[in-house]
Design a protein around this ligand. Sequence first.
Ligand code: GDP
Length: 310
Amino acid sequence: MIAALCGGVGGAKLVRGLYRSVPPETLSVIVNTADDVEMWGLRVSPDLDTVMYTLAGLAQIGAGWGIEGDTFQALGMLRTYGAPSWFHAGDRDLGTDIYRTWRLESGASLTAVTDEMRKALGVRAAIIPMTDQPVATRLHAEEGWIDFQEYFVHRRHQVSVDGIRYDGAETASPASGIIQVLQAADAVVIVNSNPVLSILPILAVPDIREALQQASGARVAVSPMIGTGSVAGPAGDLMGLVGQAATSAGVAALYAGLIDGIVISERDCRQRAAIEALGIAVLVTDTLMRDEADKDRLARETLDFARSLR
Ligand code: GDP
């Protein structure tokens, strides 16, 4: 049994490699929900959908969201009515949001609805939201606290922020199955998702953090940093908010106590000693996933590394 902690597109690249490297039924992906948002009365769960579409082979190639080949008729109508249209959602994607909202309003849990949807799309791994309760990432900008999607999508993370919080996480319970998965896993992989926006919200749920601390399987992270910044997106810029450098050593320090090993880029091999001084084992390899073969190779190397640490 393999467990993975994941956010959106960047992390889903490695999750796709993991999915192809083990019997898929033995993989459980625990996904960030602190980016979830209500748009036009619909419950949108961007990271859950990204992981689900990626594993179903539906994800839009080269974009941060959505379904390949989707059309945008519904969004066009919303724009005509003067509704907010900065949050992009295609027609098929909206079908997912309508189904989710409808089932939630009928009393189903987010965990149950997600499981229904991934099965219907033929995904054989478990996809589990970190919690069924509302958790919301907020960032502190000049004018005060702003919602995550306002920061990330509306303002394209081009606004300077000096604080972050995960509202609701402290009192949230893990979704059903998460603790058992973390206890039973031979390996737990914190994939290369944005540490501050995608992984810390999951770890901010106290029982998940505790289960990870006590997990008997090997716990390994894959660094999203190469050199002095992230491969893509604002992850590097945000590391300062949690008091760490935008380097693989910074990521290792952030996860200290929760991981046994970390996979870092060959370009960062000079950071090995500093990371090992934290009591964290290091695998140095090519961590850039340019294509499908890279995702499979990095996933296999990460799993072999985890096995070597048990
Ligand atoms: P996103 O914000 O929707 O892309 O979702 P995530 O939080 O899951 O992933 C973002 C992170 O993925 C960024 O910090 C990137 O640095 C990282 N990333 C993207 N592509 C790669 C890659 O090929 N290799 C590594 N190591 N990290 C990557």
